[in-house]
Design a protein around this ligand. Structure first.
Ligand code: F6R
Length: 589
């Protein structure tokens, strides 16, 4: 996954592009670059490294001009080198391209182009776009032909030295910002919301021509039916502050602390719509909850909510495995897809497959206007605001909140669900205090040199154990594994040695005694027990106190681990916002 930002208007493009790149850095950060039209020629600067490093070396702001494209890369095709960084140019250097995605047929296309005499400089698939466009003297027509030729999930922005700019998308996200006499194009709206909140979402198969330098006309073309489109301008509600760190040193801690507000925001829904979906859930048959990663853990937790609160069985499946199971779907099935970004390729692919079986799609999604929000028959926004840190925190607890509300509504107890969530929002606001931060920081110091951390949970908090382990792995690179506490005796206990840290999540519910029994077995083999629980217990060597939130326990129980993961990453000198090898939204299959 990569980040694209392009600008065409009357202001200094480099200012806007550099700022936008920094806001998109979470999408990829192994190299970056910029191309700007200056004195009727395309000037390009690019290199390997984080944006601030590359900028220090190349000084992007020295480039003058009002039209440009830029890119922050997370390599898929071609290694991380200066040459492979975007933008890529045509042979005559009059066309510059930035791209997100994978061109599946690029080797064939490259062979044909080489035969025709095109000289390639990089190992990337992207470069074929620039050379294909060079094949036709009409820029817009050339982009259209190129778009039709390339296969796979792709989005690109191309410009020529005359200032014509074309945007095309199939699979990877792109959004256009409309300013006064200016256009912005980006992979994600926070890249430019500082300048405009008027946006148009680009749909798959669309190509947008931003005209030549003088002509500021914007034209939308549906490439599948070769016809012009009229598109609706929408106003995005997110504000600039929400997409900034503010007083915090990292986005991760800022977003953990945001949970003081986001549970309440998630609880604020159109309750009539919730009731309607609850009826659909109750009438549905052979339904699935699907998602990936952290959202996948929210989907698993939701299956427990529906089972225990609403007495309704809904299958849980990670989206990438759905293709082996979707044949069970019928027009009576409901697919509840959960995604922060709404752009995860595995989720969108699963939704596409479900639609072929006429199943209805309910999306639980954070990014307004994202592909999942648009492709769902019914979409619930989690209202967590922009989540920038690569690892997901506040979006997770918001996903749990919306799912909990749906489960209560399906049980015919909507008011009870709303009351529980509002009470949980207050509990979270109170628990995110200095005391909990100090205790998790102190624990992080103790655990920072460990090679393994294990996590046990049961029932509602089995998914919490998986999520706890994932958070620790992602930001501190310590190996961590979550297990259902009952599985301990079936193998996991072999891993326990003296001082092996084991986090046990002990909720005040019918799973309490089983988890404590498992903790005791670990302790008797010398394990170091960290209890996350409303009450202390003599088994615990270290206790992280959480409030008793009843059926909302997975929401409160996950928060200490988010803090622990954050402080572990600081202790170990990692960057908590940019996890090694990871990108925020995975838009490739
Ligand atoms: C983990 C994390 C990922 C995402 C997963 C799905 O912290 O962020 O595991 O949860 O890639 O992403 P979305 O929710 O955007 O579909």
């Amino acid at each position: 996954m990569c980040g694209i930002i392009a600008y065409k208007g009357t202001r200094k493009a480099a200012d806007i592009l550099l700022d936008g790149l920094k806001r998109l850095e979470y999408r990829g950060y192994d190299s970056c670059g910029m191309a700007i039209i200056s004195n009727n020629r395309i000037e390009t600067k690019k290199d390997v490294g984080r944006i601030a490093e590359v900028d220090k070396k190349l000084n992007f702001l020295k480039m003058n001009g009002n039209i440009g494209v830029s890119h922050t890369r997370w390599s898929t095709t071609g290694s991380v080198t200066q040459i492979n960084s975007h933008p890529h140019l045509s042979c005559d250097r009059k066309i510059a391209v930035v791209h997100n995605g994978v061109i599946e047929n690029y080797t064939e296309l490259k062979k044909e182009l080489v035969k025709k005499g095109h000289k390639f400089t990089s190992e990337t698939d992207t470069e074929v776009i620039a050379h294909l466009i060079e094949e036709d003297s009409s820029f817009e027509r050339a982009c259209l032909k190129t778009f039709k030729k390339i296969q796979g999930r792709n989005a690109f922005v191309a410009m020529n030295d005359k200032g014509e700019m074309v945007v095309a998308k199939n699979g990877s996200p792109l959004v256009i910002g409309i300013g006064s006499n200016e256009y912005f194009v980006a992979s994600d709206a926070p890249a430019f919301i500082k300048h405009t909140r008027k946006i148009i979402f680009v749909e798959d198969g669309e190509l947008i021509s931003l005209g030549n330098a003088k002509d500021q006309e914007i034209r939308f073309i549906d490439t599948r039916y070769s016809k012009d489109l009229k598109k609706r301008i929408q106003e995005i509600e997110w504000n600039v502050e929400e997409a900034q760190k503010g007083k915090y040193p990292h986005f991760l801690i800022k977003e953990i602390m945001d949970q003081k507000k986001t549970i309440m925001a998630a609880a604020t829904q159109d309750y009539d719509k919730i009731e309607k979906i609850a009826d659909m859930i109750n009438e549905s048959f052979g339904s699935f909850l699907i998602a990936c990663g952290t959202a996948g853990h929210a989907a698993l937790a939701s299956s427990y909510f529906f089972s225990k609160i609403a007495n309704k069985h809904i299958n849980h499946m990670v989206a990438s495995e759905f293709q082996s199971h979707y044949h069970f779907l019928t027009d009576k099935s409901l697919v509840i897809a959960i995604s922060q970004s709404g752009e995860t390729a595995d989720v969108l692919e699963a939704v596409k497959k479900a639609k072929t079986k006429s199943a209805k799609i309910v999306g639980i999604v954070n990014v307004p206007g994202s592909s999942l929000a648009r492709q769902s028959n019914y979409a619930f926004m989690t209202n967590a605001g922009p989540e920038i840190a690569v690892c997901s925190t506040k979006a997770y607890t918001s996903q749990l909140s919306v799912a909990l509300l749906l489960a209560y509504a399906a049980a015919g107890k909507m008011d009870e669900g709303v009351a529980l969530l509002k009470q949980t929002a207050n509990l979270v606001d109170n628990m995110l205090n200095q005391d909990l931060q100090n205790k998790t920081k102190q624990l992080a110091k103790k655990l920072a040199d460990k090679d393994h951390i294990y996590v046990l949970g049961k029932g509602f908090n089995y998914p919490t154990s998986l999520e706890t382990a994932l958070k620790i792995k992602e930001v501190s690179y310590i190996h961590a594994e979550g297990f259902a506490s009952g599985e301990l005796k079936h193998g996991v206990i072999a891993l326990i040695e003296k001082d092996t840290p084991c986090i046990v999540i002990v909720a005040n519910d019918d799973t309490k005694q089983d988890v404590l029994t498992a903790a005791l077995e670990v302790k008797s083999r010398g394990g170091y027990i960290i209890g996350i629980s409303p009450e202390n217990n003599e088994i615990f060597d270290y206790w992280l106190k959480v409030p008793d939130a009843g059926n909302a326990s997975p929401i409160v129980n996950t928060i200490p681990s988010q803090l622990l993961a954050y402080y572990l990453s600081i202790e170990r000198g990692c960057d908590p916002d940019y996890c090694r090898n990871l990108a925020k939204a995975v838009t490739v299959l």
